[in-house]
Design a protein around this ligand. Structure first.
Ligand SMILES: [Zn+2]
Length: 264
């Protein structure tokens, strides 16, 4: 009796456990970007964001878009988290590509959500959803593997091991490298938030096409730095953590720039 109950429980648990492919900066990565963004909001934008999100901080709102992924009601938003760029683009080529881009992806949705949030008569319910999505997607496109190849699902099919544990290139950049630092998101944000005023100005001035160009260039290099099956460990952390931290910082600074422009 007992055995059969536990057997059923195990089978039940196995059925419930459907591994989903990793799709975004992990929870900490998103919150680090959000925490950094909050430090660059101007007073008007800070008040407007608070009026929409209430008690929820930008850091905490960052992860909503991933938390609702299992709800079929929101499945239409799954392609909003990335842009498929299948090769190394030159900047002029990328600008042409984006001009013609009509697909449902992070690029078209960032523009859509900014337009929505600028409109005066958007219902409160939509404002909350649109702001949470915009925060999340701006952060996502700074994760280089969100601006990568479609045929390997942004590196999800590029299998590697991380300290001998099976994973993939996308996931290493979403989570493993960040988790390896063993910092809370507030500690992490404080540790990497060292942009100079000149950098803040320059990064916030750059159009979305430049953000995507930077991510595309980094992603193309990440593909060639290693080969499938490699075991990544201390050395990979040592050689790649600076560029990852830089992307987290840029994401936060630019997110604040966008929110300041919408609400400021
Ligand atoms: Zn995402």
């Amino acid at each position: 009796m007992k055995t059969s109950f536990f057997k059923k429980l195990l089978i039940g648990a196995a059925l419930l456990y459907v591994p989903v492919q990793s799709m975004a900066w992990g929870t900490n990565g998103h919150r680090i970007c959000g925490q950094i963004a909050e430090s660059y909001l101007n007073p008007k934008a800070r008040a407007a964001v608070k009026a929409i999100l209430g008690h929820e901080t930008v850091a905490m709102a960052s992860t909503w878009a991933d938390f609702i992924k299992s709800d079929p009601a929101y499945s239409y938003m799954s392609p909003w988290h990335y842009v498929d760029l299948n090769k190394a683009y030159t900047y002029p080529e990328l600008v042409v590509f984006l001009k013609q881009d009509t697909s449902v992806d992070a690029y078209t949705k960032i523009n859509y959500l900014i337009g929505q949030l600028k409109s005066k008569n958007l219902p409160k319910k939509d404002k909350v959803l649109d702001l949470r999505m915009l925060i999340h997607i701006i952060e996502d496109v700074h994760q280089p593997m969100h601006v990568a190849h479609a045929d390997d699902k942004g590196g999800n099919d590029f299998k590697v091991t991380w300290f001998n544990n099976p994973t993939n290139l996308h996931s290493v950049w979403d989570s493993q490298l960040i988790d390896f630092q063993q910092l809370s998101y507030t500690e992490y944000a404080a540790a990497v938030n060292d942009a100079t005023p000149a950098e803040v100005k320059e990064w916030q001035k750059a159009p979305v096409s430049e953000w995507l160009f930077e991510s595309n260039q980094i992603a193309e290099k990440l593909y060639t730095d290693i080969k499938p099956g490699d075991n990544l460990n201390y050395k990979y952390n040592f050689t790649h953590i600076a560029i990852l931290n830089h992307q987290l910082l840029k994401a936060g600074v630019r997110l604040a720039g966008v929110l300041n422009a919408i609400f400021g």
